[in-house]
Design a protein around this ligand. Structure first.
Ligand code: AMP
Length: 115
């Protein structure tokens, strides 16, 4: 756990969140500033700052569960017509929270390209 990390504090329960998925390695919770009818953050319980820090000798369990969680959340939320998964990585992408998180967005027509 990184003591100054807001998402670590959600994992530990020190900050409340609307949690929609809890697994061994991953949790999912609704975004506080939702950009679509479904907008959930899926994160590893372990603190890893960004996806470019991913280490395949260490991080495979949460990586696999991240996508299992996305499948389940998409199913639970009725996103059968489509959804989008997004990782922002680093300053130029607009990553604002330095704890790996995969956005799942759905429930409306999503445009492309993103801003
Ligand atoms: P990013 O810009 O990719 O780093 O995305 C960070 C996301 O985390 C944004 O969509 C924020 O709205 C969301 N966020 C930040 N703090 C919280 C929080 N306490 N609970 C839920 N979502 C949050």
């Amino acid at each position: 756990m990184a003591t100054d990390c807001i998402f670590c504090k959600i994992v530990s329960g020190d900050i409340p969140a609307d949690i929609v998925y809890e697994g061994d390695h991953v949790i999912g919770f609704r975004d506080i500033n939702a950009q679509a009818p479904t907008h959930v953050q899926i994160i590893p319980r372990e603190h890893v700052a960004k996806i470019s820090d991913f280490d395949p000798s260490r991080d495979t369990a949460w990586l696999v569960e991240l996508f299992q969680a996305a499948q389940k959340i998409a199913s639970d939320e009725g996103l059968d017509k489509g959804f989008r998964l997004v990782f922002n990585n680093g300053a130029l992408s607009g990553q604002s929270v330095l704890h790996v998180h995969m956005h799942i967005l759905g429930g409306r027509q999503l445009s492309w390209p993103p801003g």
